[in-house]
Design a binder for this molecule. Structure first.
Ligand code: NAP
Length: 284
């Protein structure tokens, strides 16, 4: 670092688990960019002050994670339409003092899904399990790919209906009850788990019976801890195409990196950095 170093960071509460600093600093290093990325523990009462600090110190960019993704919007100068539709911001770009909010979670997920498992989503039938914060951005981004239908199932059915109502102009969306999942999955091309079912420490939990999915379907999970959930292990055993959550994490960061620097993100280097960091934390 020197007096020209450009500053970046991530804010959240908690934040010490974040792999973003390792991933982003390795990306800056790989491209010879004089940038530095830190992790900042910001409690909800200090969110406004933290954003003022970003302005005052002239940070070029910031990632925002739980629980600030919605509340941070009130402190920004402009919100990108994709972030408005998703109802959350996870990336801020400082354009000469104007703070602009983006959401790269949903588009990061779709980029990962298309590169790793399903190159063309047009006219496909997609089932999304869950209607929480992550599901909203993902459904918006999936809708931009012109699928035939997106079905949203959630344990609390009312939340699935709300999500569909807010995004209904974007695509052919249908909310269903959790009990209708088996029928919905039978002819689905892609089934996506956006719930926390199967996340560590509850690694033996599965969101549905994988025998409901048709042969050749894509089984996708947002969870990346563990890297391969029980849902994906069982889908793999059935010969389905499986897609894990690590790619979403990498590509949400890749988009942020590209918005900040104008350069293509070194994705392979970023994957390597995160995997090494996982090995270190698992062995500690
Ligand atoms: P959230 O807003 O808290 O939503 C959680 C969702 O899971 C809700 O739909 C909830 O249903 C459902 N759920 C939780 N426990 C359930 C259970 N036992 N049975 C049925 N449904 C259950 O969380 P989020 O921010 O959307 O995150 C969801 C998952 O995505 C987490 O595992 C997170 O790690 C992962 N994620 C991954 C990335 C990535 O970069 N790969 C990014 C963001 C999130 P109800 O509405 O009925 O409560």
């Amino acid at each position: 670092m020197d007096s020209y170093t450009v500053l970046f960071g991530v804010i959240g509460d908690p934040i010490r688990h974040s792999k973003s600093p390792v991933m982003m600093n390795r990306a800056f290093e790989a491209l010879g960019i004089n940038g530095s990325y830190g992790a900042f523990h910001v409690v909800p009462e200090k969110l406004g002050e933290a954003i003022k600090g970003i302005r005052a110190l002239g940070f070029r960019g910031l990632n925002v994670t739980l629980p600030h993704k919605v509340n941070v919007m009130a402190h920004l100068d402009e919100i990108h339409p994709g972030a408005l539709a998703a109802g959350a911001v996870n990336t801020i770009v400082n354009e000469q003092g104007r703070l602009i909010g983006y959401n790269t979670d949903g588009i990061g997920y779709v980029r990962s899904l298309k590169e790793e498992a399903a190159s063309n989503l047009a006219d496909s039938k997609i089932v999304v399990l869950g209607a929480g914060g992550a599901a909203r951005g993902i459904v918006w981004a999936l809708a931009q790919e012109h699928p035939a239908e997106i079905i949203v199932a959630n344990r609390t059915e009312e939340k699935a209906r709300e999500l569909v109502a807010t995004l209904s102009a974007e695509a052919n969306l249908t909310p269903i009850a959790w009990s209708q999942l088996q029928t919905a999955c039978q002819d689905a091309d892609v089934v996506i788990n956006t719930t926390s079912i199967g996340m560590a420490p509850n690694v033996d939990a599965v969101p549905l019976d994988v025998s409901w999915l048709k042969p050749g379907a894509v089984a996708s999970d947002l969870i990346y801890n563990p890297l391969k959930t029980k849902f994906l292990q069982q889908s793999d055993e059935r010969g389905l195409v499986v897609h894990g959550g690590l790619g979403m994490f990498i590509y949400q960061g890749a988009y942020a990196f590209e918005y900040w620097t104008g350069q293509r993100a070194p994705v392979e280097v970023m994957v390597q950095a995160v995997l090494e960091s996982f090995e270190t934390s698992f062995s500690q």
